[in-house]
Design a protein around this ligand. Structure first.
Ligand code: CA2
Length: 147
């Protein structure tokens, strides 16, 4: 059966491409989603997307992934990375392998961005590679036997 990958984006990532290009680049979230859709199609896989500015909506989407046939999650939780025990608990509860992605290199930024509530549960973390980080994560997920 075709692999099914869910790409989650958290608060403010809907603003990509429109604000702060010096930090986050000029690529929009729909641009990233289009390129991931093409990459997944080339590997006969399915990819779906969800962005929300609301912690509870992201928790709900993670919980739904358990019964949705999602094999792997790619998540840029935005600022919730550094604050959300709720999102951490949801990811732990569904036990779907995931990669944490950040566009910017959080370790070159403020110290409050150095802590992640998700990272120790993740298969891996990609930070600072811009949109390429999502594409690397997708290739890894599609190569991975974990499902
Ligand atoms: O580097 C990343 O991908 C982050 O997850 C982005 C989050 C930030 O809180 C994390 O520490 C690192 C912020 C997302 C805000 O996205 C914007 C995009 C364009 C304009 C303004 C905000």
């Amino acid at each position: 059966m075709a692999k099914c990958i869910l790409v989650l984006n958290g608060p403010n990532l809907n603003l990509l491409g429109a604000r702060e290009p010096q930090i986050y680049g000029s690529t929009s979230l729909p641009d990233i989603e289009r390129s991931l859709t093409a990459d997944a199609a080339a590997r006969a896989a399915r990819v779906s997307f969800f962005q929300s500015n609301h912690e509870g909506a992201l928790v709900d989407r993670v919980q739904a992934a358990r019964t949705d046939g999602v094999d792997f999650i790619i998540i840029n939780a935005g600022a919730l990375t550094h604050t959300s025990i709720g999102l951490r608990d949801a990811l732990a509860a569904v036990a779907i392998p995931f990669i944490e992605v950040h566009l910017s290199n959080v370790h070159r930024r403020e110290s409050f961005r150095h802590r992640s509530y998700l990272a120790d549960l993740a298969v891996g973390v990609i930070t600072g590679l811009g949109p390429a980080g999502y594409r690397c994560a997708l290739q890894y997920a599609l190569d991975s036997d974990q499902d």
